[in-house]
Unconditional design. Structure first.
Length: 210
Protein backbone atom coordinates (compact mmCIF):
# COMPACT_ATOMS: atom_id res chain seq x y z
CA UNK A 1 0.00 0.00 0.00
CA UNK A 2 1.46 3.34 -1.10
CA UNK A 3 -0.92 6.29 -0.78
CA UNK A 4 1.75 8.78 -1.84
CA UNK A 5 2.22 6.96 -5.14
CA UNK A 6 -1.55 6.86 -5.71
CA UNK A 7 -1.95 10.59 -5.11
CA UNK A 8 1.03 11.31 -7.39
CA UNK A 9 -0.42 9.27 -10.28
CA UNK A 10 -3.84 10.84 -9.76
CA UNK A 11 -2.32 14.31 -9.93
CA UNK A 12 -0.37 13.52 -13.11
CA UNK A 13 -3.40 12.09 -14.88
CA UNK A 14 -5.62 14.98 -13.86
CA UNK A 15 -2.97 17.39 -15.19
CA UNK A 16 -3.09 15.51 -18.50
CA UNK A 17 -6.82 14.82 -18.75
CA UNK A 18 -8.34 18.10 -17.56
CA UNK A 19 -6.89 20.34 -20.33
CA UNK A 20 -7.85 17.78 -22.98
CA UNK A 21 -11.39 17.48 -21.59
CA UNK A 22 -11.75 21.26 -21.45
CA UNK A 23 -10.48 21.55 -25.04
CA UNK A 24 -12.93 18.93 -26.28
CA UNK A 25 -15.89 20.40 -24.41
CA UNK A 26 -15.09 23.86 -25.79
CA UNK A 27 -15.25 22.40 -29.29
CA UNK A 28 -18.55 20.68 -28.52
CA UNK A 29 -20.10 23.84 -27.05
CA UNK A 30 -18.95 25.89 -30.05
CA UNK A 31 -20.49 23.32 -32.38
CA UNK A 32 -23.78 23.29 -30.47
CA UNK A 33 -23.91 27.09 -30.47
CA UNK A 34 -23.37 27.22 -34.23
CA UNK A 35 -25.96 24.49 -34.74
CA UNK A 36 -28.46 26.43 -32.63
CA UNK A 37 -27.98 29.52 -34.80
CA UNK A 38 -28.56 27.74 -38.11
CA UNK A 39 -31.78 28.81 -39.90
CA UNK A 40 -34.60 26.28 -39.86
CA UNK A 41 -35.37 24.38 -43.05
CA UNK A 42 -38.23 25.50 -45.24
CA UNK A 43 -41.44 24.01 -43.87
CA UNK A 44 -42.85 23.57 -47.35
CA UNK A 45 -39.98 21.31 -48.38
CA UNK A 46 -40.41 19.19 -45.27
CA UNK A 47 -44.13 18.86 -45.92
CA UNK A 48 -43.55 17.85 -49.53
CA UNK A 49 -40.96 15.27 -48.51
CA UNK A 50 -43.32 13.88 -45.89
CA UNK A 51 -46.17 13.63 -48.39
CA UNK A 52 -43.97 11.85 -50.92
CA UNK A 53 -42.90 9.39 -48.25
CA UNK A 54 -46.51 8.65 -47.33
CA UNK A 55 -47.49 8.16 -50.98
CA UNK A 56 -44.75 5.58 -51.40
CA UNK A 57 -45.85 3.83 -48.23
CA UNK A 58 -42.39 4.03 -46.69
CA UNK A 59 -41.34 4.99 -43.19
CA UNK A 60 -38.09 6.87 -42.84
CA UNK A 61 -36.35 6.71 -39.47
CA UNK A 62 -33.06 8.14 -38.32
CA UNK A 63 -31.16 7.20 -35.20
CA UNK A 64 -27.94 9.05 -34.32
CA UNK A 65 -27.02 6.11 -32.09
CA UNK A 66 -26.24 4.02 -35.16
CA UNK A 67 -23.72 6.51 -36.50
CA UNK A 68 -19.99 5.79 -36.52
CA UNK A 69 -18.26 8.37 -34.33
CA UNK A 70 -14.82 9.64 -35.28
CA UNK A 71 -13.01 10.80 -32.15
CA UNK A 72 -10.46 13.58 -31.97
CA UNK A 73 -6.94 13.02 -30.64
CA UNK A 74 -7.68 14.61 -27.21
CA UNK A 75 -10.65 12.28 -26.74
CA UNK A 76 -8.64 9.22 -27.76
CA UNK A 77 -5.85 10.09 -25.32
CA UNK A 78 -8.29 10.46 -22.40
CA UNK A 79 -10.16 7.30 -23.41
CA UNK A 80 -6.95 5.27 -23.58
CA UNK A 81 -5.19 6.67 -20.51
CA UNK A 82 -8.28 6.55 -18.27
CA UNK A 83 -10.24 3.68 -19.77
CA UNK A 84 -12.20 2.50 -16.67
CA UNK A 85 -13.20 6.04 -15.63
CA UNK A 86 -14.31 6.91 -19.17
CA UNK A 87 -16.29 3.66 -19.41
CA UNK A 88 -18.15 4.34 -16.15
CA UNK A 89 -18.80 7.97 -17.09
CA UNK A 90 -19.91 7.44 -20.69
CA UNK A 91 -18.05 10.61 -21.67
CA UNK A 92 -17.69 11.32 -25.41
CA UNK A 93 -20.25 8.65 -26.35
CA UNK A 94 -23.01 9.70 -28.75
CA UNK A 95 -25.60 7.52 -27.01
CA UNK A 96 -24.22 6.54 -23.59
CA UNK A 97 -25.90 3.66 -21.74
CA UNK A 98 -28.38 4.63 -19.04
CA UNK A 99 -26.19 2.92 -16.42
CA UNK A 100 -23.33 5.37 -16.98
CA UNK A 101 -22.96 8.79 -15.41
CA UNK A 102 -23.76 10.42 -18.76
CA UNK A 103 -26.95 8.38 -19.01
CA UNK A 104 -28.01 9.39 -15.51
CA UNK A 105 -27.34 13.08 -16.24
CA UNK A 106 -28.88 12.82 -19.73
CA UNK A 107 -25.64 14.13 -21.20
CA UNK A 108 -23.85 13.06 -24.37
CA UNK A 109 -26.77 13.76 -26.72
CA UNK A 110 -25.47 16.57 -28.98
CA UNK A 111 -28.62 16.67 -31.12
CA UNK A 112 -30.44 18.16 -28.13
CA UNK A 113 -28.56 21.40 -28.78
CA UNK A 114 -27.44 23.98 -26.26
CA UNK A 115 -29.83 22.58 -23.64
CA UNK A 116 -27.39 19.69 -23.11
CA UNK A 117 -24.43 21.95 -22.21
CA UNK A 118 -25.15 22.13 -18.40
CA UNK A 119 -25.37 18.34 -18.24
CA UNK A 120 -22.13 18.04 -20.23
CA UNK A 121 -20.34 20.26 -17.73
CA UNK A 122 -21.58 18.17 -14.79
CA UNK A 123 -20.38 15.07 -16.64
CA UNK A 124 -16.89 16.57 -16.99
CA UNK A 125 -16.73 17.21 -13.23
CA UNK A 126 -17.85 13.65 -12.59
CA UNK A 127 -15.25 12.29 -15.01
CA UNK A 128 -12.52 14.23 -13.22
CA UNK A 129 -13.54 12.73 -9.87
CA UNK A 130 -13.61 9.22 -11.38
CA UNK A 131 -10.14 9.70 -12.86
CA UNK A 132 -8.76 10.84 -9.50
CA UNK A 133 -10.38 7.93 -7.63
CA UNK A 134 -9.25 5.44 -10.27
CA UNK A 135 -5.58 6.42 -10.07
CA UNK A 136 -5.50 6.71 -6.29
CA UNK A 137 -6.60 3.06 -6.16
CA UNK A 138 -4.40 1.84 -9.03
CA UNK A 139 -1.35 3.69 -7.72
CA UNK A 140 -1.85 2.80 -4.07
CA UNK A 141 -2.35 -0.92 -4.71
CA UNK A 142 0.03 -1.97 -7.52
CA UNK A 143 -0.59 -5.51 -8.74
CA UNK A 144 3.10 -6.25 -9.29
CA UNK A 145 6.35 -4.79 -7.99
CA UNK A 146 8.93 -5.13 -10.77
CA UNK A 147 12.56 -4.06 -10.47
CA UNK A 148 12.07 -1.47 -13.21
CA UNK A 149 9.39 1.02 -12.18
CA UNK A 150 8.09 1.53 -15.72
CA UNK A 151 7.37 -2.21 -16.04
CA UNK A 152 4.31 -1.81 -13.80
CA UNK A 153 1.13 -1.22 -15.88
CA UNK A 154 0.03 1.89 -13.98
CA UNK A 155 3.40 3.57 -14.39
CA UNK A 156 3.61 2.58 -18.06
CA UNK A 157 0.14 4.01 -18.79
CA UNK A 158 1.14 7.23 -17.04
CA UNK A 159 4.29 7.56 -19.14
CA UNK A 160 2.26 7.01 -22.34
CA UNK A 161 -0.27 9.64 -21.27
CA UNK A 162 2.45 12.21 -20.55
CA UNK A 163 4.08 11.56 -23.94
CA UNK A 164 0.76 11.80 -25.81
CA UNK A 165 -0.38 14.97 -24.04
CA UNK A 166 1.69 17.65 -25.85
CA UNK A 167 1.00 16.11 -29.27
CA UNK A 168 -2.75 16.02 -28.58
CA UNK A 169 -2.65 19.77 -27.97
CA UNK A 170 -0.84 20.62 -31.20
CA UNK A 171 -2.77 20.49 -34.46
CA UNK A 172 -2.03 19.14 -37.13
CA UNK A 173 0.51 16.96 -35.31
CA UNK A 174 -2.14 15.59 -32.95
CA UNK A 175 -2.23 12.30 -34.88
CA UNK A 176 1.16 11.47 -33.30
CA UNK A 177 -0.60 11.21 -29.93
CA UNK A 178 -2.56 8.18 -31.10
CA UNK A 179 0.44 5.82 -30.90
CA UNK A 180 1.21 6.30 -27.18
CA UNK A 181 -2.55 6.33 -26.58
CA UNK A 182 -2.80 2.91 -28.22
CA UNK A 183 0.05 1.62 -26.05
CA UNK A 184 -1.74 2.93 -22.96
CA UNK A 185 -4.93 1.15 -23.96
CA UNK A 186 -3.04 -2.13 -24.45
CA UNK A 187 -1.43 -1.65 -21.04
CA UNK A 188 -4.89 -1.42 -19.49
CA UNK A 189 -5.69 -4.88 -20.89
CA UNK A 190 -2.40 -6.01 -19.33
CA UNK A 191 -3.55 -4.54 -16.00
CA UNK A 192 -6.96 -6.25 -16.22
CA UNK A 193 -5.23 -9.57 -16.96
CA UNK A 194 -3.03 -9.14 -13.90
CA UNK A 195 -6.10 -8.28 -11.82
CA UNK A 196 -7.85 -11.49 -12.88
CA UNK A 197 -4.72 -13.56 -12.30
CA UNK A 198 -4.19 -12.03 -8.84
CA UNK A 199 -7.81 -12.73 -7.91
CA UNK A 200 -7.65 -16.34 -9.10
CA UNK A 201 -4.35 -16.96 -7.31
CA UNK A 202 -5.69 -15.40 -4.10
CA UNK A 203 -8.85 -17.52 -4.24
CA UNK A 204 -6.93 -20.72 -5.00
CA UNK A 205 -4.53 -20.07 -2.13
CA UNK A 206 -7.39 -19.70 0.35
CA UNK A 207 -9.16 -22.79 -1.01
CA UNK A 208 -6.01 -24.86 -0.46
CA UNK A 209 -5.57 -23.52 3.06
CA UNK A 210 -9.24 -24.21 3.83
Amino acid sequence: MNWRRGILLAGIHLAVAVPLIVMQEARVEAFLSELHQLPAQDAGEETAEGAASLEEGQTVTFSPCGMWAEYSAPVEVVQAADMPAVAFSGWSEVCPPHSTLAGILHAGYPWRGVSSIPAERKLCWGLGLLIALQWILVGTFPLIRPKRWWSEPGAFITVCAVIAFPFALIWPNDHVARLPALLAMLAWFWWFGLLVWTGVRFGWKHLRVG
